[in-house]
Design a protein around this ligand. Structure first.
Ligand SMILES: [Zn+2]
Length: 252
């Protein structure tokens, strides 16, 4: 068991929240029970995840996509009211880490994508003081279709390939989880063969073809499952608490 205050303080420091200018508050978003014995992690704090957390008897939920986004309406009504009601009535805390859980060198979504897919990290992709993505390479060149099949096996879902029509082999690549398709031009300027992110926009297709870089949309949810779950595992070792990652499937 760990005191909530210690869990939050440790997580904030470990994930270096002070380094980020984010779109939502990082750290404790909703306060629940004073002590945490079972932590549930998940990608998004949607109602289904909260209900699953109640079912297993969790005292805290940690997610990548929490609440109180800059663009959202403030009133606690409708969907927002229903979600907060489940948390408050069941005395469950909500901790959310957005960009810190993309960027972290070990527990970040992008570091975990590299680890799980055997991609060799060579440097950072992205602007500013705290770039989120990486570039790197495969241990050997493979065909782009084989690359996609390997990713599909790792992530357990199909991916969408936009073939640049230029090289059929992939060796150098860049990646950034979630909705980072706009980084494709930064990736192309690094001279990599392929860029992978979660989502795709209409314009991504044209950029890929005209800049001669393959694009792979591997799923926003699918590319952001591993950061929070592996940080949850780390917390079980650190604080001797129980942890359960609950995957509420999302096709996007
Ligand atoms: Zn995301």
């Amino acid at each position: 068991m760990v005191a909530l205050i210690d869990l939050v303080q440790y997580s904030n420091e470990a994930l270096e929240v002070d380094k980020f200018q984010d779109y939502a508050p990082n750290g404790l978003q909703v306060e629940g029970a004073r002590d945490v014995e079972l932590l549930v992690t998940g990608v998004t704090a949607n109602l289904a995840l909260l209900e699953a957390a109640v079912e297993v008897g969790a005292q805290a939920v940690m997610v990548h996509h929490g609440y109180f986004w800059k663009s959202e309406a403030a009133p606690v009504v409708g969907m927002k009211r229903n979600r907060l009601k489940v948390l408050l009535e069941n005395n469950i805390s909500l901790l959310a880490y957005h960009l810190p859980l993309d960027a972290h060198n070990v527990w970040g979504n992008n570091a975990q994508l590299a680890y799980r897919n055997d991609w060799i990290i060579r440097g950072r992709l992205g602007a500013g003081k705290t770039p989120l993505g990486f570039y790197g390479e495969l241990s050997q060149s493979i065909g782009v279709l084989q690359f996609c099949q390997n990713v599909e096996r790792t992530l357990g879902r199909s991916v969408q390939l936009i073939d640049s029509g230029v090289h059929s082999e992939v060796k150098r690549l860049a990646w950034c989880s979630g909705a980072a398709q706009s980084y494709i031009e930064d990736a192309a300027s690094l001279g990599v063969d392929l860029f992978l992110s979660g989502e795709i926009s209409e314009q991504t297709v044209h950029i890929a073809k005209e800049m001669g870089i393959h694009y792979v949309a591997a799923g926003h949810h699918a590319t952001e499952r591993y950061g929070v779950s592996c940080f949850g595992e780390h917390l079980t070792e650190k604080f001797k608490i129980r942890h359960q990652f609950i995957d509420i499937d999302c096709p996007v």
